[in-house]
Design a protein around this ligand. Structure first.
Ligand code: AMP
Ligand code: ZN
Length: 463
């Protein structure tokens, strides 16, 4: 049985789907006014791990990730740079998809954009208005009336007493009834320039929280299984999503709320002024591999803060290399070798899955994997792995990698020159020309390729 920590009840609970083996998954996506940073990708990577694990466990996941292309930041950027909103948002959406591909993240099945949903958002506001949950202010904005929605604050665990802000609050920007009420529709302001949409309440644009409610319900139904995001999304974003959706539909909105903690860099919050603000490309340009970024982002449990360092990337690369080396060693097991490791392989997969079933306990899962890998290395050294069970072990690595997504990265391509040298050395060894074989080994080493002569044959790895 899979268990997830559900933010709304603040404990782990058994995962039960609404509809047999189908899972509706909604994850808050990027605000496309700038490049996504490594912190954003911690969220997307946790969500990728979650999805891959659910699929591994036999679920059919329908994954929706929104693209926030209407909000204060996208509009501000377009106006500042004096270019159409669409030009800004398309540019950064394209970069986002490129990074998703580079990091081997499974693309969502649907990436709805707020700009394509304004009509539907207006419809939802009308429903809320009809039911008495929304009110218009003099400037033409529409607000959600929190005092009418009695369950407000359950997700963020807000104290109901401290929430009672009864008095009317005059606000510079809007005249809302209570300070905590949030905008469903924001009236057009001078600084919005020509970026606005028409509505029954006048010109303006939808509020950000409304966007996620409308897009998720349109594509996954009024009530769906899992909603994710970073912890910063819990309040007010997700709390407000619940209020709008439940008030409009009078039914439960989401069953499981999963939130990842933040990524820090060298123990500090990422910020441009500290110079520790990284995009994926920045890290790749420093010479680190995409798979090492991927491994680093998933290998700390999603509910723990992740302290990102370049040393962690190096350690991740080592871990990935070890699995790759194991695969290569298994591939060249000699026919003479005997010993059945099938049972060990099967047990490892079961244990790995069981660890992840416990709220994605990745440390436990990786511990299981590497204990197994060390044991298989030992048996390979002793020539105690039969050819057929070596093939089973290779399959098992691929199976595990359908969740981790790091071993099969196609980055380990040797140049033609190096391949030729390896071949030449193999020939020299067959001819028992040890001096020549040794010289070639040294030459390869200077090129960053280390050879390992195993009982089954010679394998290579990068330094
Ligand atoms: P945004 O583009 O700001 O709406 O954020 C997209 C996703 O990234 C949301 O799920 C955020 O919670 C998440 N996120 C933002 N900053 C970080 C961070 N430093 N660490 C982890 N997740 C983050
Ligand atoms: Zn959202």
């Amino acid at each position: 049985m899979i268990k997830f920590y559900n933010t709304i009840i603040r404990k782990k609970e058994d995962f039960k789907t609404i509809n047999s083996n189908k899972v509706g998954l909604y994850t808050c996506g990027p605000t496309v006014y700038d490049y996504a940073h490594i912190g954003n990708f911690r969220a997307y990577m946790f969500e990728d791990l979650l999805r891959r694990f659910l699929e591994f466990s036999g679920y059919e996941v329908y994954h929706v990730m929104n693209i926030t292309d209407i909000d204060d930041k996208t509009i501000k950027k377009a106006n500042k740079e004096k270019i159409p909103l669409l030009e800004v948002t398309e540019k950064y959406t394209k970069f986002f998809h490129e990074d998703v591909q580079v990091l081997n993240i499974l693309p969502a099945h649907n990436y709805p954009k707020a700009t394509n949903y304004v009509e539907k958002m207006i419809e939802l506001i009308k429903v809320l208005e009809d039911k008495g949950y929304a009110y218009k202010t003099r400037d033409g904005s529409v607000f959600f009336k929190i005092s009418k929605y009695l369950d407000y604050g359950k997700l963020a665990n807000l104290n109901p007493n401290s929430q009672k802000v009864g008095k009317r609050v005059e606000n510079d920007e809007y005249e809302k009834e209570e300070a905590r009420d949030f905008a469903l529709w924001k009236a057009r302001k001078v600084e919005d320039g020509t970026i606005y949409w028409n509505s029954p309440w006048g010109e303006g644009r939808p509020g950000w929280h409304l966007e996620c409610s409308v897009m998720s319900m349109d594509l996954l139904g009024d009530h769906f299984d899992i909603h994710c995001g970073g912890v910063d999304n819990i309040f007010p974003h997700h709390e407000n999503e619940i209020a709008q959706s439940c008030a409009a539909n009078e039914c439960k909105f989401v069953n499981y709320w999963l939130h990842n903690k933040h990524l820090l860099v060298d123990g500090q919050k990422m910020s441009k002024s500290l110079g520790n603000f990284y995009k994926i490309k920045d890290i790749i340009n420093k010479g680190y591999s995409a798979e090492s970024i991927r491994y680093t982002l998933i290998s700390t449990h999603y509910r723990q803060e992740l302290n990102f360092t370049f040393d962690k990337l190096k350690a991740s690369q080592k871990a990935i290399n070890r699995l790759r080396e194991l695969k290569r060693r298994l591939a060249v097991v000699s026919n003479r070798s005997k010993g059945d490791i099938t049972e060990k392989c099967e047990k490892m997969v079961i244990d790995f899955q069981q660890e992840l079933s416990n709220d994605l306990n990745i440390s436990g899962a990786l511990g299981t994997l590497f204990t197994w890998a060390n044991e298989i290395f030992r048996l390979l050294d002793l020539e105690k792995v039969s050819k057929s069970s070596a093939l089973t072990a290779i399959d098992v690595i691929s199976k595990i990698d359908s969740i981790l997504g790091v071993v099969g990265f196609n980055t380990e391509v040797l140049s033609d020159d190096v391949e030729l040298l390896i071949e030449e050395r193999n020939k020299a060894r067959q001819e028992k020309n040890w001096q020549k074989a040794d010289n070639i080994r040294k030459e390869l080493e200077s090129l960053g390729i280390i050879l390992d002569d195993t009982p089954g044959g010679t394998i290579w790895k990068k330094k």
